[in-house]
Design a binder for this molecule. Structure first.
Ligand SMILES: [Zn+2]
Length: 432
């Protein structure tokens, strides 16, 4: 099958899709849902638009199978995180194509994958591929702000749509480097960490900024935050990460668990790998003070904590309080994950289909089950027991992966093409 026309079409769609500003907040994803829907409707595919909030819609379309297998959902979110335009070298909502790259907010997170899924869906339709199972295309709003008006809403209000055997969305994918080596490493995420944001409130005695003062709430808070920042939490192995390590070790990319010191040293070098082996903690918000000559009575900070699967949030809160160790400071939950993260099996027809497609396309591909260190919509489906996998089928560089919530976000045209080709082949095999 000659995919060149599909690649050209995907690029055209991608550029126009990136031009729709769906920064969330506020989202305003309806034009994005309507844009994707118009591409399906003009080929005779019925679309359902479900309004969850004014100007915010879920798009659902379905290719019907013979019913011998249960449906698979291709799910992507239409919203993007806001942009700090002053740090970008180009406009973020114009879909600029330059040097083989397509720039724009959402290029990797996750409008590019949305286009891969859309093209796979259209090609199945055009090629009249006989389907054993329904293929559901689902584009949802509000992923970047907690999914209240997106996937969470859909699971709560339209469980009929979410009643599928498998789902594919973001949260994993290919990396072209690992631990300093050139690789073709494909992570298929079967689990993810959970949000456990905490807030710290320090209370002191207010007073005049001209006096000697020993009970400044801001000083108490800063000392506590530095203790948290310096807290060595070591490395924690969970059942998910153990499976991940074992497969990386089989591929020779990491020392085996029997070489504990060497393995821990490699993990401790930092980055995404280290975040998969510890509860992370980042101080992200801070408020204090009303005037330069007033010692603040109260100071507040928020920390973004992400817990490994199976960690008890109350136990984590207790540990943080112990490190803070200051009774002038209260530590409480600020926001917690809406659902408990649930691991889903990786030893499934979908996992093996993905692995077969990848290893046939690239004989040196390494395919491993993994865990997403951020949060994705997959958690809502996993909570329903559905093997919902995070997988964008292309091979991103470090620079491309830095685009997730970063500046100058881009996807290469090569990766867009690879994604269209592999997504089509994966979905064709699992659905036919
Ligand atoms: Zn995303």
């Amino acid at each position: 099958m000659d995919l060149a026309p599909a690649f050209a079409e995907a690029l055209d769609i991608f550029v126009r899709y990136l031009q729709i500003d769906t920064s969330n907040p506020p989202g305003n994803e309806k034009p994005a849902a309507r844009f994707l829907g118009s591409l399906l409707e003009r080929e005779g595919i019925a679309c359902e638009y479900i309004e969850t909030q004014p100007n915010r819609e879920v798009l659902v379309a379905r290719l019907t199978g013979d019913g011998s297998k249960r449906p698979i959902m291709l799910c992507n979110h239409t919203d993007v995180v806001p942009v700090e335009e002053q740090y970008w070298d180009m406009p973020a909502f114009e879909g600029i194509v330059r040097d083989g790259r397509v720039y724009g907010r959402g290029a990797v997170d996750m409008k590019g994958c949305g286009v891969m899924q859309l093209m796979a869906f259209l090609l199945l339709h055009r090629n009249r591929v006989p389907l054993a199972r329904d293929v559901v295309f689902c584009a949802v709003p509000d992923e970047e702000a907690g999914s209240t008006w997106g996937m969470k809403w859909l699971c709560d209000n339209r469980p009929d749509i979410c009643d599928v055997e498998f789902e594919l969305s973001e949260g994993g994918g290919g990396a072209d480097r690992f631990a300093g080596e050139d690789v073709k490493l494909f992570n298929i995420a079967t689990n993810e960490k959970t949000i456990c944001w905490l807030q710290l409130t320090a209370v002191g005695t207010p007073g005049h900024g001209s006096r000697i003062h020993h009970d400044n709430s801001l000083v108490h808070l800063m000392r506590a935050l530095l203790r948290l920042e310096d807290w060595d939490r070591g490395i924690t192995f969970t059942p998910d990460t153990t499976a991940y390590i074992d497969r990386l070790a089989e591929a020779g990319l990491i020392p085996p668990r029997s070489e504990k010191d060497a393995l821990e040293a490699q993990i401790a070098r930092g980055g995404e790998l280290q975040a998969a082996f510890m509860n992370t903690l980042n101080i992200t918000e801070f408020r204090s003070g009303i005037k330069t000559n007033v010692v603040p009575a109260k100071s507040w900070a928020a920390i973004d904590c992400r817990l490994l699967p199976g960690q008890d949030p109350h136990d984590w809160l207790r540990q943080v309080r112990e490190v803070v160790a200051d009774d002038r400071i209260t530590v409480d939950f600020y926001r917690r994950g809406e659902v408990e993260p649930a691991a889903v099996p990786w030893d499934t027809e979908l996992f093996h289909t993905i692995r077969a497609v990848l290893t046939e396309a690239m004989e040196d591909a390494v395919v491993v089950p993994s865990m997403t260190i951020g949060a994705t919509d997959n958690r809502f489906l996993r909570a329903r027991g559905i093997p919902a996998y995070g997988f964008i089928p292309c091979l991103m560089s470090g620079a491309e992966r830095a685009g997730f919530h970063g500046n100058n976000e881009f996807l290469t045209i090569d990766n867009l093409n690879m994604g269209v080709e592999l997504m089509y082949e994966i979905v064709r095999r699992i659905a036919s």
